[in-house]
Design a binder for this molecule. Structure first.
Ligand SMILES: O=C[C@H](O)COP(=O)(O)O
Length: 334
C-alpha cells in the first residue's frame, strides 16, 4: 500500500499550473509557403501513435496523480438535443465538485475543479449562474455547431451573443468546405473574423478532422487556424462518426510545436469526442508530455472535451483509494 506521503506528493504534482503569464497567440499573416510545406508520413504517424499507450504506463499513486491532472484539464461537456437547464445545473455542480469529498481527502486534496463547462449557447447563462463565485469558465459551441453551415453573419452574431451571455471561451467549427476545396485564404479569413468577434474570450477552433479527408489537410488546417489567431485547436465536435484519435492528435500537436518554434506563441490543444475511458486520458496526457513537454500539461494549454470521461476517472480514483470499484450510482454524472 502506498504511503500517504507518497500519495500527497504525487497528487500535489497534479495541481494545475497557473499560466497567467501566457501571452495569447495574436496570429500572423497567412503564409501559404509554410502551409504548402506541410508534409505527413502517414505510416510513421500511425506507428508512433500505436506505441504511445505502451510507452508510458503509470501505476498506483502516479496514475491517481495523472487522473487528477486530467480532471483539471477537462471541459466537462453536455451537447445533447435534450439538454435542459436542470441537467446543465447538475453538470455545473459536478464541475465544482468532480470527485466525492472522501476520495479527494484520501488523496490529500481539499478541492479540485474542472477546466471549463462546455454547453450550447442556449445554456450559457444557466451555466454562468450556476458557476458564479468559482473560476470555472463557461465555453459555448458556436458558428452553427456541429456542421458549421450557418450564414457567416449569423455565425458572428452567435459568437457575440455567447460572449455577451458570459462565455469566456468559444468553440467554433470551421467550414470544412474551405479545406476540402483548398481555399485556405477563406479559412484564414473566417477564423480571423471569429477571433475578432470573440474579443477577450478565448477561441478554440474545431477542425472536425474526420471530415477533412487527409492527415495533410489536418496539418494544414491546424496551421492556418493558428495563423488566424486560434488560442486552441480542437479535433472534433463529438458528432462525427470518428472523433479524437491519437494519429490525428499527433499531427495537430506537431503543428502546434512547429508554430511555437517559428513564432514563439503557444497554442493549446483539445482532443474531443469519444474519450470516455480513464485509460485513454492517460494516453492523451502521455502524447502531450512526449510531444510538447510539461509546459503544455495544464488547463491553460490542454483540455479534454468529454461528456462521459469523468465518471470513469472517478471510478478509478475510488478504486485506488478503497481497493474496490464503486457501483455506477455512486458516481452519477448529472
Ligand atoms: O466537445 C466535446 C465533445 O462534443 C464531447 O464529445 P463526447 O460526448 O463524445 O465526449
Amino acid at each position: 500500500m502506498t504511503t500517504t506521503k507518497a500519495r500527497t506528493e504525487s497528487v500535489a504534482d497534479a495541481q494545475p499550473a497557473t499560466a497567467d503569464t501566457l501571452v495569447r497567440n495574436p496570429g500572423m499573416p497567412l503564409d501559404m509557403g509554410w502551409v504548402g510545406r506541410v508534409h505527413i508520413n502517414r505510416s510513421a504517424i500511425e506507428r508512433r501513435a500505436a506505441t504511445l499507450p505502451a510507452r508510458r504506463t503509470v501505476k498506483k499513486e502516479w496514475q491517481a496523480a495523472w487522473l487528477l491532472r486530467a480532471i483539471t484539464c477537462l471541459d466537462l461537456t453536455t451537447l445533447s438535443g435534450d439538454d435542459t437547464p436542470g441537467n446543465v445545473r447538475r453538470l455545473c455542480a459536478k464541475a465544482l465538485q468532480p470527485v466525492r469529498p472522501e476520495i479527494l481527502q484520501a488523496l490529500g486534496f481539499e478541492s479540485l475543479h474542472v477546466g471549463a463547462v462546455c454547453v450550447y449557447h442556449q445554456f450559457v447563462s444557466t451555466a454562468v449562474d450556476a458557476l458564479r463565485g468559482s473560476d470555472i469558465p463557461v465555453a459555448a459551441v458556436s458558428t452553427g455547431f456541429p456542421a458549421g453551415l450557418n450564414a457567416f453573419e449569423q455565425k458572428l452574431q452567435e459568437i457575440a451573443a455567447s460572449v455577451a451571455a458570459g462565455a469566456r471561451e468559444i468553440d467554433i467549427v470551421i467550414s470544412r468546405h474551405h479545406v476540402l476545396t483548398g481555399n485556405w485564404q477563406a479559412l484564414y479569413d473566417e477564423v480571423k473574423a471569429f477571433r475578432e468577434a470573440c474579443g477577450e474570450a478565448h477561441l478554440k477552433t474545431i477542425l472536425a478532422t474526420h471530415e477533412l479527408a487527409t492527415l495533410r489537410n489536418v496539418g494544414m488546417a491546424s496551421l492556418v487556424c493558428m495563423m488566424a489567431g486560434a488560442d486552441f485547436i480542437k479535433t472534433s465536435t463529438g458528432k462525427e462518426p470518428v472523433n479524437a484519435t491519437l494519429p490525428v492528435g499527433l499531427v495537430m500537436v506537431r503543428a502546434i510545436r512547429d508554430y511555437y518554434e517559428q513564432t514563439g506563441y503557444k497554442v493549446g490543444f483539445k482532443p474531443a469526442g469519444g474519450i470516455r475511458a480513464a485509460r485513454s486520458s492517460l494516453d492523451w496526457l502521455a502524447l502531450i508530455k512526449e510531444e510538447l513537454g510539461n509546459e503544455w500539461l495544464n488547463n491553460t494549454l490542454f483540455r479534454f472535451g468529454a461528456s462521459g470521461l469523468l465518471s470513469d476517472i472517478e471510478r478509478q480514483l475510488a478504486h485506488f483509494v478503497s481497493g474496490q470499484y464503486a457501483a455506477a450510482y455512486e458516481n452519477p454524472m448529472v
